[in-house]
Design a protein. Structure first.
Lengths: 444, 164, 444, 164
């Protein structure tokens, strides 16, 4: 189908070929991940191809958390004692690590419990502004009937349902860009769907189903033309690609720790400083206030305004360690390795009769995330047979029902790789996949 | 000894999945229900009509279903349909409870399913014992049963004993 | 002042004296907490009296998290592979551990990122209901101008500001119960402040400042009389007392993992089943939906409806381990030990001239949490001198500005104990406190 | 060698805290500001009046403050008031920047604060170097300075060069 096997070079010939991970380096990386050595289903070596759902964690991340709890656990930004000082320092260092990983200033990065919470934060800030919270400064976030929110058919539910609900709360209208037969968002529809009525354009940087990477520039350009805010779902891009959010020019972006080798329970929301400064708070409580009386409350500046209550301190520290780990490997090298894996995955799937890819079949501008259907076999049954061979893939709609509906399928199986995935693992996957149709007695 | 996978996908299950019984959408029915398996989004739409038996007690009459799902769900709906067709409503609900118990068994056959105690209506259903070892698949096997239980209960509640 | 020293017996003479922790048992408990062995400020043994802010964590909690990441980390409730099954099992087992710790059913317990998030969840569900979300079933949660929300002057900002904001969003009016000179909520005001107009009564089970434990019964009785919902801030009670939420009869209750020997980044919201079932979702996204189209979405039943996106799985597992650890010690024994400590703390503070307690000075119905002011010395300066002696206390308003204003002080110092606190530590605290006024040259 | 604690609470600081200079609320002022230390809730209210010097350039005239806070914050506001009273606005802002640098020093005296380079207006302010070792206290020491900077900048922006 494509001649992408072993294609690790740059998509653009004018780039310098990025460094990829050599075999020794990859072996060293794998040795950092304790879980990768375990076996499943009666002793089969685990082949973990579900990193798109959640990644495994290197020892440095576990150690960072363990060390925090064993050495400096205390409430941050409170208390005069030494532990509290050390905990605060660890927490803010982590913020710096994650912020600089995506090229933003420390005070433009808000901790959230996951990417979903980050996207909801923006949506609720807008409905609070609509109800007059945050006063005049926040009026730019207010919506009214006639205003439009634009999303895309490629979105994860996390970047769709919050906007449906925001529309329902405010009377605004939800519109969306379609996807083409390769699963790419139709940028050609920007001119007609994004209009002067558009107040927000929310879209994904990379699809967790098709693996398609969005060329962000035309989206941002069109949004600026009409004065709409841009919200980027960076969940699948930040773990796998070098991402510089200010260079992309988006207003907001959300991503999760657990997908980028970090802990569960933590994520981050980036917001341009002037926007965060004007935005009313959403979750309220301790540590995000200035003066509280029984009657009313004034709020702290960002990012604290959006961080109510005791934060996921240990998890932030772990996410900081994960960002540092990735930065030390080099995101160019990570992306090059994964582009190589993406080619192998596409070839593996193409080599098995009766298997159809949902998403780009060429190894260009895509992640090492390949979703597919097997003729005559339900995705869950496919997954079960792979599981029996030790291969962990995800099956179902991957929290993207509309995208599946667009392709006329209810469920797909998805193989998704990460920096620690090897060629050999993809070979095991291929072999198991080749046996699926025979197992269920379909095909020839 | 067969592997857990072979126990999961017993031949009987694969056969039912390939040739499911009672698939369709009958014209005449008392109740139609639509159930979704939230983990995967698969769905079943089931129609049922109750009929009074000789004593006037309600009995499951015609029952058909459509929908999409994995082989486990299709086979289970098929086996379910055959198990409850023509049986009194109360018995259908009891069979459903028995099947649920089988699913909660974690793969250890409950006594009521061994050869000495088995209700013959559940003969094919026993094949699903292997599913109970795979927690993520239990909802697949229950989808059709849950729809039937809901539909039959609704129908029984709205249909007076003396079938009109 | 009081003769409460060594008072470990029951407040009510008719009770059987509860088991307390013997010296060997306490030593064993302390050995479970790695951080307690560290030193601060040039080698002084740490005396950690800031458990009211956040508790330290026993090794079993760290191990539970470590084991989760190293052995069964995967996305839960998704995927057909073995890791996903094991992760789901660990997550739901943790739910059962925490739910049964407070006497509720598993499906009445919603994971949140902290208690603050739990309280906000209820407040936002109510404003969503007010905007028509959740339809007829949710109408009981809707508010309108004329409706009243009642809180108390003793609340942590987490149980005050969300209700102020809810009032601002819906046009409802915020009212409050005062506190008496001992810092106890004035239950005698229930009759006049809680009326037919009251739709919610939100109050704390135990104050994080005064340590006063609320007698919940009259609050619930009055709320039921007028048909108001009750929301209990159980942050400070669940870690220190046996708590049976259904027996208390409240409708909702929130608490945090990090205060009860568990990880940061996780908390729980209890809601009575029929209420959770009727409540519209707040944070929306993956894993909490049923059918999603571009136009609209239907939602899963509780508790999942309120758990959007990838959950804090590892932290839930840690919180489950913490609940199990406490349950194994026995909450009666924990409470008895802490009642003993409370007596010691009160005596320590009473023995130093120029020190005034904010809160009950009798060792009855109170936690081992003692806030105080030192005549002529600002709380932060007090804390600094204690810190120099290795004693970690918290200083400031403890996220309860109105309560401090009620007592005419801007800040207090607070010593708060937990199950691992010893008599000797309180003696060190006493001695350091005794030197404070001399250090600043005040007093005689 | 003195301990970090002794360096934090130098005698000069304790003295200023006990007998703070410029505490009060003057009647005549160009600008009043109110600043809060969010970590503790302590507050300072500061009033300032600018006056033109011989050349007409604005100079900090009368300056008073009230508020509550810890000894560090009280002493620092006192030292700040003495440092800026009567100095040109630009110099007051420069002193404030210098003090901020001292606070960011983590306890290692920056060159501009050593004996050879020290601006004499900051003579007492050097005593605060010990604060920089205690991150939680830096905001205490900065509270008065931040209020002054804000007030003076506001006053300078609204008062034309030729003082009216
Ligand atoms: C009484 C009380 N309520 C609520 C909270 C808020 O808890 P969290 O910060 O864990 O959300 C706290 C702790 O800070 C508390 O002590
Ligand atoms: C593209 C995309 N967006 C959003 C999310 C939601 O992330 P989380 O579940 O961590 O909140 C995911 C992951 O599930 C995702 O893949
Ligand atoms: S996977 Fe959907 S019903 Fe089995
Ligand atoms: S503690 Fe408030 S200003 Fe120092």
């Amino acid at each position: 189908m494509t001649d992408t096997l072993d294609r690790t070079g740059p998509a653009d010939e004018h780039d310098v070929a990025p460094r990829t991970l050599g075999p020794a380096e990859l072996a060293a990386v794998r040795a950092d991940f304790p879980l990768l050595t375990r076996t499943v289903r009666d002793g089969r070596p685990l082949v973990y191809l579900d990193s798109g759902a959640t990644s495994q964690k290197p020892e440095v991340v576990l150690d960072a958390e363990q060390d925090f709890y064993a050495q400096r656990n205390a409430a941050v930004h409170r208390g005069a004692h030494q532990l509290a000082e050390e905990a605060t320092e660890a927490f803010e260092t982590a913020r710096h690590q994650v912020a600089s990983f995506v090229g933003v200033a420390d005070d433009e990065l808000v901790w959230t419990s996951n990417a979903t919470a980050g996207l909801n934060l923006v949506a609720y800030a807008m409905s609070n502004a609509t109800l007059g919270r945050g006063g005049d400064a926040a009026r730019r976030f207010a919506l009214a009937p006639g205003d439009e929110i634009v999303v895309t058919e490629a979105e994860h539910h996390a970047n769709l349902v919050p906007w449906q609900e925001l529309a329902a709360r405010t009377g605004a209208t939800l519109r969306w860009l379609g996807v083409d037969d390769d699963g790419r968002i139709r940028a050609d529809e920007l001119a007609t769907v994004v209009t002067d009525r558009t107040k927000v354009l929310a879209f994904t940087h990379a699809s967790n189903v098709t693996g398609a990477i969005t060329d962000v520039a035309p989206f941002v350009a069109r949004a600026r033309e009409v004065g709409a805010l841009t919200v980027l779902d960076a969940c699948q891009s930040v773990p796998h690609l070098p991402v510089d959010l200010p260079a992309l020019g988006v207003d907001f972006a959300a991503f999760s720790g657990h997908k980028m080798l970090g802990p569960t329970g933590v994520g981050a929301l980036y917001g341009r400083r002037e926007l965060l400064e004007a935005m009313p708070p959403v979750t309220t409580g301790g540590s995000m206030v200035e003066v509280v009386t029984m009657e009313s409350t004034t709020y702290a500046p960002p990012p604290r305004r959006f961080e109510a209550g005791t934060q996921m301190v240990s998890q932030a520290v772990g996410m900081g360690a994960a960002a540092t780990y990735l930065a030390e490997l080099g995101m160019d090298a990570v992306a090059a390795h994964e582009r190589h894996l993406s080619g192998l995955l596409l070839d593996a799937v193409a080599s098995v009769p009766g298997v159809r890819v949902i998403g780009p079949t060429e190894n260009v501008d895509r992640l090492a995330t390949v979703s597919f259907v097997v003729d005559g076999v339900h995705a869950h049954d496919v997954g079960q047979v792979l599981d029996d061979a030790g291969v962990a893939v995800r099956v179902g709609h991957h929290c993207a029902q509309p995208l599946h509906r667009r392709f006329g399928v209810a469920a797909t199986a998805r193989a998704s790789a990460a920096v620690y995935t090897t060629d050999e693992e993809i070979a095991v996957f291929r072999e198991a996949l080749a046996g699926v149709r025979a197992f269920f007695g379909v095909g020839d | 000894m067969s592997t857990p996978m072979e126990q999961l996908y017993q031949q009987l299950i694969l056969d039912h999945a390939k040739h499911p019984a009672h698939r369709g959408a009958q014209e005449a029915y008392d109740v139609e229900v639509h159930h979704v398996n939230p983990t995967c989004g698969d769905e079943v739409t089931l129609r049922v009509r109750l009929e009074p038996d000789a004593s006037g007690a309600p009995v499951v009459g015609e029952l058909t279903w459509t929908g999409q799902g994995c082989s486990i769900s299709q086979a289970s709906a098929s086996v379910m349909s055959q198990a409850v067709a023509g049986v009194p409503v109360e018995r259908a609900l009891a069979l459903s409870a028995d099947f649920r118990e089988l699913m909660d068994s974690r793969g250890v056959l409950p006594e009521k399913f061994d050869d000495d105690h088995l209700d013959e209506a559940l003969e094919d259903a026993v094949a699903f014992v292997g599913v109970a070892r795979y927690p993520a698949r239990i909802k697949c096997a229950l989808l059709g049963w849950a729809a039937m239980k809901d539909a039959v209960a609704q129908a029984a509640a709205t249909t007076p004993e003396e079938g009109r």
